[in-house]
Design a protein around this ligand. Structure first.
Ligand code: SAM
Length: 152
């Protein structure tokens, strides 16, 4: 199924991600995007980093490779992957972390991503929902822009 993410400004989001990474880890040079989908963030992040992508879905990866022929992509599960190398920055964007599926899955995904970080590296996970959307015991969410939800 093809999803319509036309409301997203991937360039602006990638620049916000880049700024946040450099703030936390100045000089970060390489980056892994976990659950990269069709590679739309990487299309912009690859200008700043030696970038690598990972996703579970072969079809998403096919499109990501077509869009980013110079980027290396791996098929893998965020909870269990093992690339045998480490990175200065790892991102998991657009609520993809929700696919971890359970608290145990979330712990496994964060552990798996964290063990792929270099010392001082940055793990940036965009949440499904942030504490800010919980107001007066009700959930309110008008914005889809991640930059309005950071830092988390
Ligand atoms: C909402 S899309 C986000 C894609 C991309 N990050 C973006 O911003 O366009 C969620 C992605 O998570 C991937 N995914 C789902 N379960 C996964 C898992 N267990 N491990 C890795 N990727 C997974 C899907 O194939 C899909 O590409």
């Amino acid at each position: 199924m093809r999803q319509d993410y036309s409301f997203k400004d991937y360039r602006a989001e990638a620049e916000a991600v880049h700024a946040r990474i450099q703030q936390a880890h100045p000089g970060a040079k390489n980056l892994l995007e976990v659950a990269c989908g069709t590679g739309k963030h990487l299309e912009h992040l690859k200008a700043h980093y030696e970038a690598v992508g990972l996703d579970l879905d072969a079809k998403q990866l096919e499109e990501a490779r077509r869009r980013n022929p110079e980027v290396v992509f791996y098929q893998g599960d965020m909870r269990t992957f093992d690339l045998g190398r480490t990175f200065d920055a790892i991102t998991c964007l657009f609520s993809a972390i929700g696919h971890a599926g359970s608290v145990e899955g979330l712990e496994a995904a964060v552990y798996t991503m964290a063990r792929h970080l270099n010392p001082g590296g940055v793990l940036l996970v965009e949440p499904w929902l942030s504490p800010q959307v919980w107001q007066n015991n009700r959930m309110r969410c008008l914005s889809t822009s991640p930059t309005s939800r950071w830092p988390v």
